[in-house]
Design a protein around this ligand. Sequence first.
Ligand code: NAP
Ligand code: GDD
Length: 395
Amino acid sequence: MKKQRVAFITGVTGQDGAYLSEFLLKKGYIVHGLKRRSSLFNTDRIDHLYQDPHVDNQNFILHYGDMTDSTNLIRLIKEIQPDEIYNLAAMSHVAVSFETPEYTANADGLGTLRILDAVRLLGLEKKTRIYQASTSELFGKVQEVPQSETTPFYPRSPYAVAKMYAYWITVNYREAYNMFACNGILFNHESPIRGETFVTRKITRATARIALGLQDKVYLGNLDAKRDWGHAKDYVRMMWMILQANEPEDWVIATGTTTTVRDFVRMSFKEVGIELEFKGEGINEVGIIKNIDQEKYEQATGNSSVRVPQQSEGVSRTHQPTIGKEILAVDPRYFRPTEVDLLIGNPTKAKTKLGWECKYNLADLIKEMMQSDLKLMRKDQYLKEGGYTTLNYFE
Ligand code: NAP
Ligand code: GDD
């Protein structure tokens, strides 16, 4: 019988960690994941994969640890003896990295060094292949459009600078110690389990809540920013493909299409039959409901469009979406001290050399995210109507 391959995923509780775990388990891997200790459970995204540690033959095993703790990483890699390491753990929020630059450098930059050096120290250079979660944020103030593996970097945040260190230390360990260590320079990828404070999920959650009458308005930052958004499922498949290649290399993974934040908002509201128009400029720009396709609205929300909730339901009358209502405004608090205005990737190398293709386009992605958030928020609606309080997750 063929020996089961063993993978170690840091950041297993994150968006990509969850999808990658599912993907590798389906392929027959034994998956070990690094999770942080937190005061509340932080395993929502992987709970469906959880296996009772008291049962024999577990193939999904979680370990406590942290990217800032070398001794912990060395011990775990020694015990696990992984064939493949996927280093996904990071403080991954660009805006937050301006608030926590030192910690970001430690976890995202030095954390990568800790993994690489643990493998070297343990003499696993020949056995263990390493995937480093690199990012299109490295291109920052872009020097070329679209961006490919040869585009020069110009990072624009503490996050991107930390990831730039991680990128080069990965290249350096590959060249110095002949390790199979690769960077996947991934452009933005999203999904229904995307963190709630990234712009796509913030938008789909708010759209669902506004459509259901649970929220009045959403406040966003730079509506002109352009991103190359793909689906996380397509991207984790590519992480695995990168480690199965004949040679260790660095790869750009992107859809090759870019869209403004404003258009992402438009497309999300369209999913619930609401047409928006944008008026004003800069910090005075607002989004107003121009039209409501009643049939589509009712189909998407399950709400009768004329239904006016009672005060006893904990939902105020003013929350109902109506034509002419302002449901979006700009709040400068979401601006970044230095911004990445435009990202669009050229994934030709991944397509031609590894045969990677995206299965999802942006419209598919938004549809899936909207359906998922509508379902989630409908649950909130039921709870409110039943007199229960709901969690107040806002940024
Ligand atoms: P995510 O949802 O924010 O997940 C990050 C993961 O890292 C979480 O499991 C988090 O744990 C863990 N983590 C954070 N700090 C840690 C530390 N000090 N020690 C151990 N674990 C730590 O991010 P993602 O979207 O899945 O992205 C995965 C990786 O790809 C990240 O490195 C990100 O920077 C990179 N990337 C993402 C994209 C994208 O568009 N998604 C694009 C390019 C690159 P908790 O759950 O406990 O917070
Ligand atoms: N988060 C957020 N919140 N972003 C906003 C908002 C808002 O209210 N309003 C506008 N934006 C703009 C940001 O200024 C940025 O230009 C764009 O929307 C995307 O922001 P995020 O969704 O936070 O993602 P990101 O592009 O900064 O970073 C993500 O992608 C990188 C790959 O390019 C993260 O996943 C990084 O970890 C990843 O490396």
